[in-house]
Write a protein that binds this ligand. Sequence first.
Ligand SMILES: [Zn+2]
Length: 268
Amino acid sequence: MNRTHIKWIPVLLAGIFFAYQYFSSEKFVNPETGRKSHVGLSTEQESALGLQSYRQVLSEAQAIDSGPEAEMVKRVATRLAAATGTAGAGFDWQESLIRDEKVNAFCLPGGKIVVYTGILPVAENDAGLATVLGHEMAHATSRHGAQRVLQQNLAQTAMTGIAVSLSDMDYTKQRAVMGALGAGTQFGVLMPFGREHESEADHIGLIYMARAGFDPQESIRFWERMERQGEAQPPEFLSSHPSHGHRIQQLQSWLPQAEEEYQKANKS
Ligand SMILES: [Zn+2]
């Protein structure tokens, strides 16, 4: 036995399985940005899981089916869905407005959208709501959830291989190494990955809203409103999202492209 107490066979096997998991996974090219990625779920699995969560959420909530607010959500979601192009072609879009003061909205894989009444005062108008929904719908059409599943599976394989290879090591040391690796994976791999997804959802969401005929300039005003209201109560769905300042800067850099889409939408 060598002095480091590291067994290399488990590392090698984990490496082989890691490569197998990665290379046998489905590849996905985002039709809006051209970004290539690998996913850990098929679109059918995504839709099934999305539908299951949607039903779960609705079963525990008070949905609002009529009135001006429900109509606003329906109007904005329908126009945005039509603007998702090939990425959203296989989606079965559906939207629900839920009476809840949470400042939140999300779109599940496969196209089920949930909006909480708490976000409507911040959305203020159709274009404001389109900013949020465009972003959330872009997460779904970009298959970010399925990408995260694969990422987590790969991280799990790597961690298991390392844990087995260290099994001869002193227990306290072992735990210290695994803890450091776990934190390293979280902050070095999974979080930057999350930030990349946020940025992509902002970019594509902006394109969607402009293509659907909503003024893309409103996205800047919406995030400014969000920033002001965030001082009192940090919105839940922003927890993994970038800072407002950084986000607004990025949005401004994409505005010329969005303006072009907006012009086209106004002509047609
Ligand atoms: Zn997001």
